[in-house]
Design a binder for this molecule. Structure first.
Ligand SMILES: [Zn+2]
Length: 69
């Protein structure tokens, strides 16, 4: 049975470390996989996510998501 591990991946594009939880098959080249994840990092989405986590609680996420439509 595979276990899920947390990998900290550093993105050189946005200079951020981001965690990925994954259970990798033993045949996977982990270094290559990490490199691939770093290269395909969605920097904008991650920046948005960080901004949301740092945002004050006053912002209502339900209202905010409805507003977007
Ligand atoms: Zn990035």
């Amino acid at each position: 049975m595979a276990t899920v591990k947390r990998y900290n991946i550093f993105c050189q594009k946005c200079n951020q470390k981001f965690p990925i939880f994954a259970s990798l098959h033993h045949s996977i080249d982990v270094d290559g996989w990490i490199k691939d994840k770093a290269e395909n990092h969605d920097c904008k989405a991650y920046a948005d996510q960080l901004a949301k986590e740092r945002a004050p609680r006053a912002l209502n996420p339900i209202k905010a998501s409805k507003k977007g439509k």
